[in-house]
Design a protein around this ligand. Structure first.
Ligand code: FAD
Length: 467
């Protein structure tokens, strides 16, 4: 008989990478345990994707009620903000979803263990519960899916009160009068948007010359202008150097060119990057190799250098996104049982959930040209899309980048109110190696925002109808 603490696979970490891998492995017939400190759903469900989107939605409703509804003939008397209720709704959304993971584990017969996991040997994981009690799990395979934590900047150590991470910025109990955001990546502009809409004066300090350096710079520039209209201020080429707490304010010193400048605020959110969680996992002792930046090194099958130990998600680096971790989780589980799991890294979508949203997949025009490709680009403005006009959400553009010789789509960028959903068909098109003509000749229901994707595809061949 098999001992109850004996498994085919022990997954350490129940984020979108770990919990998805655990469920897929169980579906494939493995006996699976999943260990987490208690954050079922990981960063994503507890302090990442889900609570941030809940707050983006609430704050956008408030902002639109303030700025847009009168234009629709809807007059609201005394509009006011109940922040505790807004935060409670966000917490409720998180609670419902994390509870859903425990339900899915039960349904798929994955055994959850609450505690800190440590690899004691390549076939042994020790789980230390909060009360100090240790459970030993024997296993054939181990999957490391421990995710990442925010990186501290020298001179701006986190204190949880004045200099904070995104986790605290998802739970400020009062709207800060002024908020400094260090880092104009997607977390910075999303959280900056939330608090600006709720009434904060938000100043974003960004080292590079524009926001969102990983996104299409033409559309990111357009988004920046729209965010400025919403009240966010940006300082570019600004390197934050030091944060000092004086009274109940934080003074942030930063360098622009040769000049040293200071911003004074109630809170300073630092979101300049995240680093892998590997400390305390026992990786040294079993000999699991890390790369120079501290990420767990894996091969194309998510195997570390130690036989039987695998890793996926944020802890292996690359794009630190929930859906990337999930796809790696599925692929790793399938590869473990000899199936052909595969992740197509050329089609990982990236989305910034500001308003409008900025979404992209594949190569931008600039990246394609840099790679030596000859491309045709089709562009279509949301202002020429009937649905966008009728829902009062017409800021933005769709851009389709296609190989000039084969017409195969190599990338799509969308700035639009619902770009996160519009990008999905472009991901599928790229996955199926579609040409821009395939998209252009596919039906798109009228009136929908997605018609802008079709028209941009038509514009690749200079035959868009509505511009
Ligand atoms: P995580 O989700 O980080 O999960 C790792 C888990 O491992 C955690 O639950 C942790 O408790 C556990 N753990 C760590 N060490 C141990 C140990 N020794 N023992 C037991 N358990 C351990 N991505 C998107 O795709 N879309 C978004 O909109 C988005 N928004 C974000 C917003 C914010 C504010 C943040 C911070 C992140 C956001 N992300 C978003 C990124 C996304 O959350 C991560 O890419 C994703 O969660 C990574 O998944 P993972 O499974 O690799 O790790």
């Amino acid at each position: 008989p098999v001992a109850s603490n004996s498994y085919d696979l022990v997954v350490i970490g129940a984020g979108p990478g770990g919990y998805v891998a655990a469920i897929r492995a169980a579906q494939l017939g493995m006996k699976v345990a999943c260990v987490d400190k208690g954050w079922w759903g990981g960063t994503c469900l507890n302090v990442g994707c889900i609570p941030s989107k809940a707050m983006l939605d609430s704050s956008n409703r408030y902002y639109e009620a303030k700025t847009k509804l009168a234009g629709h003939g809807i007059n609201i008397g005394n509009l006011s903000l109940d922040l505790p209720k807004l935060l409670a709704r966000k917490d409720q959304v998180v609670k419902g979803m994390t509870g859903g993971i425990t339900y899915l584990f039960k349904k798929n017969k994955v055994d959850p263990y609450t505690g800190t996991g440590r690899i004691a040997a390549k076939d042994t994981v020790e789980v230390k519960a909060a009360d100090g009690k240790t459970t030993t799990l024997k296993t054939k395979k181990i999957l490391i899916a421990t995710g990442s934590i925010p990186t501290e900047l020298p001179g701006l150590p986190f204190d949880g009160k004045f200099v904070v991470t995104s986790t605290e910025a998802l739970d400020f109990k009062e709207v800060p009068k002024k908020l400094i955001v260090v880092g104009g990546g997607y977390i910075g502009v999303e959280m900056g948007s939330v608090w600006a809409r709720l009434g904060s004066e938000v100043v974003v300090l960004e080292f590079t010359p524009g926001i969102l350096p990983l996104m299409d710079q033409e559309l990111a520039g357009r988004l920046q202008v729209l965010l400025e209209k919403q009240g966010l201020k940006f300082k570019f080429g600004a390197g934050a150097q030091k944060a000092e707490i004086k009274g109940d304010k934080v003074h942030v010193t930063y360098k622009v060119g040769d000049k040293i400048e200071t911003e004074i605020a109630d809170k300073c959110l630092v979101c300049t990057g995240r680093k892998p969680i590997v400390a305390g996992l026992g990786l040294d002792a079993v000999g699991v190799e890390l790369d120079q930046r501290g990420f767990v090194k894996v091969d194309a099958h998510y195997k570390t250098n130690v036989d039987g130990i695998y890793a996926i998600g944020d802890v292996i680096g690359g794009l630190m996104l929930a859906h990337k971790a999930e796809e790696e989780g599925v692929a790793a589980a399938e590869l473990m049982v000899g199936k052909a799991g595969h992740v197509n890294y050329k089609t990982v979508p990236g989305v910034v959930y500001t308003h409008p949203e900025l979404a992209q997949v594949g190569l931008t025009e600039a990246e394609a040209k840099k790679a030596g490709m000859e491309v045709n680009v089709g562009k279509f403005p949301m202002t020429a899309n009937g649905r966008a006009k009728s829902i009062d959400d017409a800021d933005g553009w769709v851009k389709i980048v296609a190989d000039a010789k084969t017409d195969r789509i190599v990338g799509v960028q969308i700035l639009a109110g619902h770009a996160s959903d519009m990008i999905a068909e472009c991901v599928v098109a790229m996955e199926l190696a579609a040409s821009s003509e395939d998209l252009a000749r596919s039906f798109h229901a009228h009136p929908t925002l997605s018609e802008a994707v079709k028209e941009a595809a038509m514009a690749v061949d200079k035959r868009a109808i509505h511009v």
